[in-house]
Design a protein around this ligand. Structure first.
Ligand SMILES: [Zn+2]
Length: 86
């Protein structure tokens, strides 16, 4: 798999400016959506739909881009996922 494969799950419902980039927390293994603009994070589709998230500033050091395989085994498996192209 190419190292530059990155994925997002669409527009952030909080700021409507950034995309929600999918990262994997290296300690917990959780796959979460991280807004590139307002730093809001969402652990599950339910959190996203209810707009209840968390600030990701503290957890970013321990996260990496989520891979396609990791996403397919996560709570986001049935969610619409796009490839980050820029
Ligand atoms: Zn946002």
């Amino acid at each position: 798999m190419a190292m530059d494969e990155k994925f997002h799950i669409g527009e952030c419902p909080i700021c409507r400016q950034g995309r929600l980039l999918l990262f994997r927390n290296l300690e917990s293994g959780d796959i979460y959506g991280h807004c590139e603009e307002c730093e809001q994070g969402f652990l599950t589709p339910d959190e996203l739909e209810e707009r209840t998230g968390f600030l990701t500033l503290a957890s970013d050091d321990d996260a990496d881009w989520a891979t396609e395989e990791q996403i397919s085994r996560s709570v986001w498996a049935n969610y619409k996922v796009w490839r980050v192209t820029s």
